[in-house]
Design a protein around this ligand. Structure first.
Ligand code: FAD
Length: 533
């Protein structure tokens, strides 16, 4: 849909922001029969929602802060997401080692894990086990032995954050919502002192227009206060932004076998070393951020901190800058509280408020709890629309690709098609039951089973799927958030960029100038992401 199709039209609900919060709200509202338009200034998930630690978790460290309610809710939501999106949200085992001098003693970790188990209603993804030093080393032989006192093993879940957002937005569209990406709200419309819609500008074509809405909802994550100031220039800031950076290194360099939760030997913060196929990502930092949210990028200090923390835990690794394949940095949209507290101690809970001219703003929260937050926000929207609508079955209806609990039969389909196991398994793991659509594309045209990049299992058919089914509109959308070539190859997928643009051109009607411009734009994006070096 174009802005011109929307111009002057009216909807029940306008959602601003296509991160997990906006997508979740659009899905929930559409499922309740509320006519909904969602606009996103960049790509779906291009804000914080593709820059998380990719965990669907209760968050052991929130227990340390005494936030039992948040942990209970998050563990409940984890179980639901594993049910509605089994291809995107997967249980993985974690090892939590403790060393002499760590600020968390073993008894406290043990007590925390018992509480985690209780709060999950004994439906934990894996029963926790407290381990002695030998037990930890059996699981993770390359861990620093000096000072190791023991630890624990427990379970949590991991998820492709960007794909979760795309799947949620697609489900919203399947239920009747309109989703427009690369479309920015430039101003809010006002009638009689009430916000009644927004002026829009397409960031790719330059087209402008407006949409009217009975309720306007601001779900713009780190941009929340910017939108609130459009409503009321004197609005008090709701957020305190903190930057979190991750680095990606080859998994063999650390040699870990499980996901690792640990306390940074530098400052005692809880950190993660997380497996991602043959790669590992290490995160995260937590530093106050006050500049323009669009400018967030990893700094040299972030990278040094992450590598030093990982090296202290796995001393044989001696990671250096050369090992870093890619990085990402995101902004936590935390609720502004007591300004004196350290960023890591600020609550991850959310707030829903109404502004002076009636715009609803939702801020804070976590990827894990988006579904519950969305339901709460849509309850308020329904009240403002004066409608009695029961809650939607967002906890039961699967997300696209998630409509089979057992994906094993789909794995067996790759070999008869001539697909190597790495390619075939990856398709199942990323697309769930929708891998069948990619198989069909390749069966009609064998070339679409060709790999896009010699060092990556992604195949050409995935580009067509990304454009036709997953709302990708630029080379960056495909490389970064649909296929992960950006994160997972040494050259950030640049070798594949021209072919990706060619395939997209066939779908989107680009001429050769447009194709070249897209590749150039992607090169510039990659160059900017390497500035920390
Ligand atoms: P965003 O994803 O930022 O979405 C807001 C969107 O609004 C953006 O895409 C933006 O482009 C758009 N927008 C802004 N202005 C406009 C405008 N004028 N017009 C149109 N669109 C606009 N949570 C977990 O549960 N598990 C984790 O492991 C985890 N790890 C994290 C690690 C880090 C480093 C960070 C930063 C966060 C982490 N979180 C985690 C938290 C989680 O990622 C966020 O709470 C969540 O992604 C926020 O989503 P959102 O939709 O509110 O914001």
């Amino acid at each position: 849909m174009n802005i011109s199709d929307l111009d002057g039209s009216s909807t029940d609900l306008l959602v601003i922001g296509g991160g997990i919060t906006g997508a979740g709200i659009a899905r929930d509202a559409a499922m309740r029969g509320i006519t909904t338009v969602l606009v996103e200034q960049q790509d779906l998930a291009a804000g914080t929602s593709s820059r998380s630690s990719r965990l669907i978790h209760g968050g052991l460290r929130y227990l340390e802060q005494g936030n039992v309610r948040l942990v209970r809710e998050a563990l409940h939501e984890r179980a639901i997401l594993m049910h509605i999106a089994p291809h995107l949200v997967r249980a993985i085992p974690f090892v939590f080692p403790l060393h002499d001098g760590d600020r968390v003693p073993r008894w406290k970790l043990a007590a925390g894990l018992v509480a985690y188990e209780l709060l999950a209603g004994f439906r934990n993804v894996r029963h926790p086990r407290i381990l002695g030093k030998r037990g930890v080393l059996e699981l993770e032989p390359l861990l620093r032995e000096r000072g190791l006192t023991g630890g624990a093993m427990y379970g949590d879940a991991q998820c492709d954050d960007a794909r979760l957002v795309v799947a949620t937005a697609r489900s919203a569209v399947d239920h009747g919502a309109t989703v427009m990406t690369h479309t920015r709200v430039t101003a809010l419309l006002d009638e009689g002192g009430r916000i009644t819609g927004a002026a829009l500008a397409n960031q790719l074509s330059g087209a402008t227009g407006a949409v009217r809405a009975t309720v306007v909802l601001n779900a713009t994550g780190p941009w929340t206060d910017e939108l609130r100031r459009m409503e009321d220039p004197a609005a008090a800031p709701m957020l305190r932004l903190t930057r979190g950076t991750h680095v990606v290194v080859p998994r063999e360099r650390l040699g870990h076998r499980h996901a690792i939760t640990f306390l940074s030997p530098i400052d005692g913060r809880v950190m993660f070393i997380l497996p991602w196929n043959d790669l590992t990502y290490i995160g995260t930092t937590d530093a106050d951020f006050t500049a323009d949210p669009s400018s967030v990028a990893p700094t040299r200090e972030d990278v040094v901190y992450l590598l030093r923390s990982a090296n202290a835990l796995f001393p044989a690794a001696r990671l250096t800058d050369d090992d870093v394949r890619s990085t990402w940095a995101g902004l936590r949209p935390l609720l502004a509280q007591d300004g004196a507290r350290a960023p890591s101690a600020v609550s991850r809970e959310h707030a829903i408020v109404e502004g002076s001219r009636g715009m609803i703003t939702i801020a804070g929260g976590k990827l894990t709890t988006y579904r519950a937050m969305s339901a709460e926000a849509v309850d308020l929207v329904a009240r403002r629309l004066d409608r009695k609508v029961p809650r939607a079955a967002t906890d039961i209806i699967p997300l696209p690709g998630g409509n089979a609990a057992d994906l094993e039969p789909f794995r067996a389909r790759g070999a008869p098609l001539g697909l190597p196991t790495t390619v075939s398994d990856r398709l199942v793991d990323r697309y769930g039951t929708e891998c069948a659509g990619i198989h069909n594309l390749g069966m009609k045209n064998r070339q679409l089973f060709d790999r896009l990049h010699p060092a990556h299992p992604a195949v050409e058919a995935e580009v067509l799927h990304a454009v036709r089914r997953e709302m990708a509109l630029t080379v960056e959308d495909v490389m970064v958030r649909r296929l992960h070539l950006y994160y997972e190859t040494r050259d950030h997928g640049l070798r594949a960029a021209t072919r990706v643009a060619e395939l997209m051109a066939g779908e989107l009607g680009w001429d050769s100038d447009h194709q070249r411009a897209e590749v150039t734009r992607y090169r510039q994006f990659v160059a900017a992401s390497e500035k920390w070096r």
